[in-house]
Design a protein around this ligand. Structure first.
Ligand code: FUL
Length: 484
């Protein structure tokens, strides 16, 4: 390059910088993948436990159940999908195979399946019908394929891993897009095992050779997230009671975990110094058991109990996987459907009207004073735009002027997690007659935080970020009034 050209080149580079404006914050810590970002958007979806146990009235089948017991009298996957859609769920995940080894689809690798059930004269395929019903109702589909198989003669030996992988291939090839594959942690113990009727122990960390098993899913369904106690994409929350943790890091020192190998407390809170993005999913049943038992018809969770679960899970940044077990007809039971719709009704009323939308909003710091990171981005109703602070800023106030006095009791916040999780402490205040009052405080915000506060009437609401591991970002600041 001669001197004139090099001068031109430098000038162009400088001009490009001006046009490009202020740089976004550098990513901080482990980041979510595209598939994880899509998963976060799902928020709430259904779990379906259905197999021979539904007909034998058990929670864990031994593996010696005859396929002939599987006999739904009025199987209706459309009723499941329509109910789930009306409930506001975004997907359904089904036990294609539970620990008893019975397959809800006609696998070519075993006779222990719907092929030998009286249902549809052995021609039925629960997976196919559910996939079609989900598609018709705009729901995604996920599968649970129990690693532990109390029916299979080779369980505990290398040949079973080959079988397990072949089954995964069937499920991931024949039923369209799969959004999530669920690996349960319960592993090894006594079972039928092809007639051996004995106890078999396996090493949960090594037996399944998970990395190579998971590779199959990456090849066949690259958009599917993989769930287990320790991810790799989505982690178990560490309990089955529906409780998320108010301190909730989406990051985890993943190498310390494997399906069935987990520290439940760490799974709840995550680990601020985690090496990977592995957010928590809360799985809980609408009934005491995971499978349908007529004797539990009077023990279906109430709308109030479900609301508690919603705020503890979704409200703390987890996704909620709510189990609704079909009955012996092959229907979601009437009581369960009534509760699902009751929950939906309260949520719809609560989140119908965002009182902060489009309101004047200011921040004590705006990155580079650049309009692309302006606080307005918090109330524009677009979760893809965000406010950000300057590098080196770890505390910041954001104030939404509600205009006239407004009455509210819910505040919904989201970090812009595509750049990592940062905020570690905050306070929310309301301006009641010139006076700022603290109405909530907390630690993490992360993918989503919904705060329940006393009902206040105020003309402004302020978020005070008091600690952040790097300059904070935020994509959403919403304010609602839930019915009393
Ligand atoms: C557990 C299993 O043992 C239960 O039967 C159920 O499937 C639950 C979701 O996970 O580990």
């Amino acid at each position: 390059m001669n001197r004139t050209y090099s001068w031109l080149f430098v000038t162009c580079m400088l001009m490009a910088n001006v046009v490009r404006g202020v740089e976004p914050p550098a990513p901080f810590g482990p980041l979510p993948s595209e598939r994880q970002l899509r998963w976060h958007e799902l928020e709430y979806y259904g779990f379906i436990h259905f197999t021979v146990n539904t007909f034998t009235d058990r929670e864990w089948g031994y593996g010696d159940e005859s396929p002939s017991v599987f006999a739904p009298t009025d199987f209706d996957a459309s009723q499941w999908a329509q109910s789930a859609r009306a409930a506001g769920m975004k997907a359904l995940i089904i036990t294609a195979k539970h620990h008893d080894g019975f397959c809800l689809w006609p696998s070519q690798y075993t006779e222990h399946s719907v092929k030998h059930s009286p249902w549809k004269d052995g021609k039925g395929d629960v997976l196919a019908e559910l996939a079609a019903a989900c598609k018709a109702n705009g729901l995604k589909l996920g599968v649970y394929l129990s690693p532990w198989d109390r029916n299979h003669a080779e369980y505990g030996r290398p040949a079973y891993i080959d079988y397990y992988r072949k089954q995964l291939r069937e499920l991931l090839t024949n039923y369209g897009d799969i959004c999530e594959v669920w690996f349960d942690g319960a592993n090894g113990g006594d079972g039928y095992y092809g007639g051996a009727r004995e106890t078999r122990r396996i090493d949960g960390k090594t037996y399944y050779d998970w990395p190579n098993t998971w590779d199959i899913i990456r090849q066949l369904q690259p958009q599917a997230v993989l769930f287990s106690d320790g991810g790799p994409d989505v982690r178990w929350v560490g309990n089955e009671s529906g409780a998320g943790s108010s301190t909730n890091w989406a990051t985890l020192r993943r190498a310390e975990f494997a399906p069935g190998v987990a520290d439940n407390r760490a799974l709840g809170q995550g680990q601020a110094d985690g090496t990977h993005w592995v957010p928590a999913e809360v799985d809980v049943s609408i009934r005491p058991g995971w499978f349908y038992h007529a004797k539990e018809d009077g023990r279906v969770k109430s709308v109030d109990q479900l609301l508690e679960i919603y705020y503890s899970s979704v409200g703390n940044g987890c996704n909620l996987l709510l189990n609704v077990p079909p009955d012996r007809r092959g229907h979601f039971h009437e009581v369960d459907v009534e509760r699902l719709l009751g929950l939906r009704n309260v949520l719809d009323q609560t989140f119908a009207n965002d009182l902060a939308r489009g309101k004047t909003v200011t921040a004590s710091n705006v990155r580079g004073n650049d309009s692309q990171f302006d606080a307005k981005k918090l109330t524009d109703g677009d979760r893809k735009t965000y406010w950000a602070a300057d590098d080196g800023v770890h505390a910041c106030d954001i104030t939404v002027i509600l205009g006239a006095d407004s009455t509210f009791n819910r505040v919904r916040l989201q970090e812009y997690i595509a750049l990592g999780q940062r905020i570690e402490s905050f306070i929310v205040e309301a301006r009641v007659g010139e006076q700022w009052q603290t109405i909530a405080e907390g630690t993490t915000i992360g993918p989503r935080r919904i705060l329940r506060t006393d009902t206040v009437t105020a003309d402004a609401v302020r978020l005070r970020i008091t600690g952040s591991r790097a300059c904070p970002t935020l994509s959403t600041f919403e304010v609602y009034r839930a019915p009393e």
